[in-house]
Design a binder for this molecule. Structure first.
Ligand code: PLP
Length: 473
């Protein structure tokens, strides 16, 4: 493809992208295809001769689009949001075109220096301590794994990296029973073994109980085990619980334990000072993660990973073959040593576009609007007799269930709610996901798509009520 062909195709694609966003509400939110349906429409072998972009785009419309779930749809209330704001998409187009691999300062000095700068901006935007230094990772799962590995190395004086695990097989990790599965995954990948992970019980607000954490740590110490790391969550995935950093941090300090904070979703709300209650005590944390790719208008992937001691992070991952040595390496940051992969995308560019385009005020308004919508919905649910609010809105997530007076059996209630969510999602009008709270089936409602307005939440609630009451019994 020569440059002029590229220009023509790119113009057409940008039109396609703008039309997609303009007309997104006409699409079903969750893909309405059956397993295997898309694969059945794809040829089983690659084409012998090259094909035109026109032919490929025809198949995008015909084959691919029916199998897309529209995360940017204003009636997307499932999982957590994955904002792809237009300025961030524009930046991503530049990144995809230049396609620099940002592993060393020398392989794109602007990428490195912009990353340092925007992570400094983000630290200020979030009101995090001044001695936190940031790096962009691909996902929160990766950042949490990096934190566990750094904690492991710091605790073993960097011996496990050299000698493997033989001498240190009794390290333990703690998180709440509501923590994200990425903690267990990280524990497994870090070689600590999932049996070393303690799930600490939560209180009525789904926050880790500091007293139970302290007891679990003491029990492990008494049994000759070595507590390594506590992962505290701000904004648990199912229940929007906020682990109290002050008492947890004090416990970690007392026992010499690494404190990692997972604020993957809720951390974006820190742009508005009224939500900074959640970081009281954060000065005791060793590392902290927020996903701008969830709720801060920056398209996937972009995870902000802050650490207090970058040297420990770098010592954990550092490896220096001859071909990666550069003459200025003692004077610059080489982000290849700040995480797992060598090759790194230029993610700082989209964050820079987003922060500059929206400014602090725009980012705050985005978060505040969603929090207000969730709070209004919470009030409505409380005022509706045949529904039960199971997790009141904190920030923009809440959980509820349909609970008509004539169904008392717990299993029957779970079943009717399961059918309710399936019917709603099959309608294509909105998309919700479920969870279990203390074993009870609940419907999660997470507000956060950039295009979601009051009318979308109102319409979603109208449909939920109507569908619940007309479900065949
Ligand atoms: N932590 C929490 C609290 C989450 O809710 C999620 C995802 O929803 C993650 C971590 C994992 O995020 P990622 O997909 O960036 O690994």
């Amino acid at each position: 493809m020569d440059t002029e062909d590229f220009r023509a195709h790119a113009h057409r694609l940008v039109d396609w992208m703008a039309d997609y966003l303009a007309e997104i509400e006409a699409r079903p939110v969750r893909a309405q295809v059956a397993p295997g349906e898309i694969a059945a429409r794809l040829p089983s072998a690659p084409p012998e001769a090259g094909e035109s972009i026109g032919a490929i785009m025809d198949d995008v419309s015909r084959i691919i689009m029916p199998g897309i779930t529209h995360w940017q749809h204003p009636s997307f209330f499932a999982y957590f949001p994955a904002n792809a704001s237009p300025p961030s998409v524009l930046a991503e187009m530049l990144t995809a075109t230049m396609a620099p691999i940002c592993m060393l300062w020398q392989t794109s000095p602007a990428a490195t220096e912009l990353e340092t700068q925007v992570m400094g901006w983000l630290r200020q935007l979030f009101g995090l301590p001044e001695d936190f230094v940031g790096v962009i990772q691909d996902t929160a799962s990766t950042a949490t794994l990096c934190a566990l590995l750094t904690a492991r190395e710091a605790a073993s004086k960097f011996a496990i990296n050299r000698r493997g695990f033989a001498a240190e097989d009794r390290l333990t990790v703690y998180c709440s029973s509501e923590a994200h599965s990425s903690v267990e995954k990280g524990v497994k990948i870090a070689g600590l073994g999932s049996a070393s992970l303690r799930h600490i019980p939560v209180d009525a607000a789904f926050a880790m109980r500091a007293d139970a954490l302290d007891s679990a740590i003491r029990e492990d110490q008494a049994a000759g085990r070595r507590p390594l790391c506590v992962v505290a969550t701000l904004g648990t995935t199912s229940t929007s619980g906020f682990d109290p950093l002050e008492p947890i941090g004090a416990i970690c300090r007392r026992h010499g334990i690494w404190l990692h904070v997972d604020a993957a979703w809720a951390g974006s709300a820190l742009v508005a000072p009224e939500y900074r209650w959640m970081i009281a005590g954060v000065e005791q944390a060793n590392s902290f993660v927020v996903n701008p790719h969830k709720w801060l208008l920056t398209n996937f992937d972009c995870t902000a990973h802050f650490v207090r001691d970058p040297d420990a992070l770098v010592r954990t991952f550092e490896i220096l073959p001859e071909y990666l040595k550069t003459k200025e390496r003692d004077r610059v940051v080489d982000y290849r040593d700040w995480g797992i992969p060598l090759g790194r995308r230029f993610r700082a560019l989209k964050l820079w576009f987003v922060i500059r385009y929206y400014g602090i005020e725009g980012l705050q308004a985005h978060i505040r609007d969603h929090v207000a919508l969730a709070s209004e919905l919470g009030e409505r649910i409380v005022a509706t007799d045949d529904f039960e609010l199971m997790v009141p809105p904190r920030l923009a997530l809440l959980c509820f269930r349909y609970r008509p007076a004539d169904i008392e059996d717990a299993g029957a209630l779970d079943e009717v709610n399961q059918r309710l969510i399936e019917t709603l999602n099959d309608s294509g009008a909105l998309y919700l996901t479920q969870t279990r709270i203390g074993g009870t089936f609940a419907i999660r409602f997470a507000i956060g798509a950039q295009r979601t307005e009051a009318r979308h939440v109102e319409e979603a609630w109208r449909r939920i009520e109507e569908t619940a009451r007309t479900l065949p019994r």
